[in-house]
Ligand binder design. Structure first.
Ligand code: MYA
Ligand code: JJ1
Length: 397
């Protein structure tokens, strides 16, 4: 049982839910709703006062355009954020990345929420929300995306996370939004689907040295290095970095593509521009167009290095994460192979992708291997059918 999550408006897992078990046993048809709010609310009934914090702590907001406050957020996450199962690697989102990730069009500073020590001002917790309309099973819903939930290692297991979640929920509710989407490596109530991480080695030798991967039993280092070579020159005709002049066309290309999925973001042109235009060491995107400039193919990745927690010489692995890709005039496999070449040129050691959207079409042939991590997708306060990974048209940062 979940002391906190059992009190929240999220879908109950039919197998864990006693009531639906009883219903099943009695063969009463359990008409599971597949659309709409789980709990109907209005702004008027939302509590006006912040939730109380343990003595010695207070709420604050992070102005990431202030270098000192950005540094505080960066340092908390760099030392305390997500690690792999064996605590070998820890996400190291860059400062520029964090600014980009939490400041899309329409963002609110009030929703870059943190907990600090009253005396010293030191940060102990953070959680962020950004606005994003989502399409779930064909229905458009105003939501927020929740990310960067983090509690300092020294304050773990003291129930601070539920307070952060309740307070961000209250603040989001006061803006008239009542649903949210988020992802997590862990399994919690409210999951609508589960995706798997896949990894394509680019700097194979380094990845072995840091323990990210190993030489397969039937291969030598030399053969493995050879097998993982990527072409430096793209094959797709006219393949180039995306520019402002491509934004409207690429936006249409992506949104026409995303309609085929059960869950995807309803991006405005301005939001799309923010998320996709190349930003050094943050996000890369590439297009090819027809002679008249119509965008026909789009691929992209974001930069998320991880610190090597214990390694004596290698401080980081540089990882590119597959973002939004649409191929209409070439095979997706070819487009993604070109994308791999660009990731290598950008100094990346590994290219990561989830088995969402049509990624399964290229993962095997382009020599991706299954990782040891899962990514669970969640909705807060919205009924949704369960979705298979290939029905998910959403990549969160
Ligand atoms: S996912 C990334 C999460 N961050 C990390 O994994 C970084 C490293 N870990 C930590 O910093 C801490 O371990 C965290 C928990 C902060 C994760 N999502 O305070 P506690 C539940 C939701 O004693 P701590 C991301 O950023 C747990 O089941 N709940 O635990 C998306 C238990 O509840 P219950 C989680 O370990 C975040 C309770 O917390 C998670 O000190 C989306 C224990 O609290 C988790 N990842 O801190 C958040 N992990 O007893 C939800 C544990 O019931 C947003 N728990 O089982 C919901 C929508 C809100 C907005 C709504 C608007 C309308
Ligand atoms: O990166 C991940 N796993 C790697 C490293 C594993 C190190 C030991 N635990 C991995 N490497 C093997 C790759 C190899 C490729 C060729 C074929 C054989 C295998 O598997 C994993 C993902 O797989 N990452 C994590 O576990 C990090 C956390 C993931 C959850 C993220 C939650 C984000 C929340 C944001 O809202």
């Amino acid at each position: 049982s979940h002391k906190f999550w059992d009190t929240q408006p999220v879908a109950r897992d039919a197998l864990q839910d006693d009531i639906s078990k009883q219903l099943e046993a009695a063969t009463i048809k359990d008409e599971k709703k597949t659309t709409g709010y789980i709990k109907e609310q209005t702004v008027e009934e939302i509590r006006k006062e912040p939730y109380p914090l343990p003595a010695g702590f207070e709420w604050c907001v992070l102005d990431v355009n202030n270098e000192e406050q950005l540094d505080m957020m960066y340092n908390l996450l760099n030392r305390n954020y997500v690690e792999d199962d064996d605590n070998m690697f820890r996400f190291d989102y860059s400062r520029d990345f964090l600014k980009w990730a939490v400041c899309p069009p329409g963002y609110k500073v009030d929703l870059h929420l943190a907990v600090r020590a009253q005396k010293t001002g030191k940060l102990f917790g953070v959680i962020t929300a950004i606005p994003q309309a989502m399409i779930v099973d064909g229905v458009k819903v105003e939501m927020v995306e929740i990310n960067f939930l983090c509690v300092h290692k020294k304050l773990r297991s003291k129930r601070l996370a539920p307070v952060l979640i309740k307070e961000i929920t209250r603040r989001v509710n006061l803006t008239g939004v009542f649903s949210a989407v988020y992802t997590a490596g862990v399994v919690l109530p409210g999951s609508i689907g589960c995706a798997r991480y896949y990894h394509r080695s680019i700097q194979f030798k380094k990845l072995v040295e840091v323990g990210f991967t190993r030489v397969p039993n039937n291969q030598t280092m030399a053969t493995a290095v050879k097998l993982n070579r990527v072409p430096a020159q793209p094959i797709t005709k006219g393949f180039r970095a995306m520019e402002e002049r491509d934004v409207v066309g690429a936006h249409k290309l992506l949104m026409d593509y995303l309609v085929s999925f059960k869950v995807y973001p309803a991006l405005t042109v301005d939001e799309f521009r923010h998320w996709i235009l190349p930003k050094d060491k943050v996000v890369n995107s590439y297009v090819s167009t027809s002679a008249d400039g119509t965008v026909e193919n789009l691929c992209s990745f974001y930069h998320l290095p991880s610190s090597c927690v214990k390694h004596p010489t290698h401080s980081h692995i540089y990882a590119a994460y597959s973002y939004y890709n649409v191929a209409t005039t070439v095979p997706l496999k070819q487009l993604m192979n070109d994308c791999l070449g660009q990731a290598k040129a950008e100094g990346q050691d590994v290219f990561n992708a989830l088995n969402v959207m049509e990624n399964d079409k290229f993962l095997h042939d382009l020599r991706f291997g299954m990782g040891d991590g899962n990514l669970n997708y969640y909705l807060y306060n919205w009924h949704s059918p369960d979705v298979q990974p290939e029905e998910i048209g959403l990549v969160l940062l």
